[in-house]
Design a binder for this molecule. Structure first.
Ligand code: FMN
Length: 159
């Protein structure tokens, strides 16, 4: 899958198959986060793999996303843009391997900190999809048109 097709066909998915992810693919996902560029290349982040997903689930807005995921990664990072770059890298790398994902906002920062050891900026849930979706079933342009997004004219301004 080419990069644009990966971007266009990526959706945030919340229903995961009850199937573990191979260790090498988990490593690739984490490495994709590591490879993200960051402000002044500070890499001021930690990607915390949380094994007690049931406990972490209670700290996010959508507990089922984390409870049913095969992998939960809490990103600890003080910079929003750096967090976003690492998060999207991880989610797109995962999608390239057929693994779906969703960002999860933290509802209870104190509870999350007790589990993670620091307050996460975001928690990513990953898993094989409960309902598989083939990115090759449509062109990138078709995926783009179907995306629930504002039209380009509404978000692009030229000055
Ligand atoms: C910062 C951030 C926080 C989010 N928090 C949640 C969340 O707590 N629960 C959830 O189900 N989805 C969450 N999402 C996912 C958004 O709902 C999703 O990106 C948006 O609806 C677009 O989904 P789509 O790519 O499937 O069209 C979050 C996304 C971002 C960027």
């Amino acid at each position: 899958m080419d990069v644009y097709t990966a971007i266009a066909s990526k959706r945030d998915e919340r229903r995961y198959a009850d199937r573990p992810l191979p260790d090498d693919l988990v490593t690739r996902i984490l490495d994709a986060g590591r490879l993200a560029g960051s402000s002044r290349n500070l890499q001021d982040w930690e990607f915390v793999v949380v094994s007690d997903r049931d406990a972490l689930a209670e700290a996010v807005y959508a507990p089922d996303n984390v409870r049913t995921a095969a992998l939960a990664v809490a990103i600890v990072c003080p910079r929003a843009l750096d967090t976003g770059r690492a998060a999207q890298n991880m989610m797109l790398a995962a999608w390239g391997d057929g693994i779906v994902s969703c960002p999860n906002g933290v509802r209870d920062a104190e509870a999350a900190e007790r589990i993670v050891g620091a307050t996460p900026a975001i928690v990513l849930s990953f898993g094989y999809p409960a309902k598989p979706r083939d990115p090759a079933s449509r062109t990138a342009e078709e995926w783009s048109q179907r995306a629930n997004r504002k039209p380009l004219e509404e978000v692009v301004r030229r000055v």
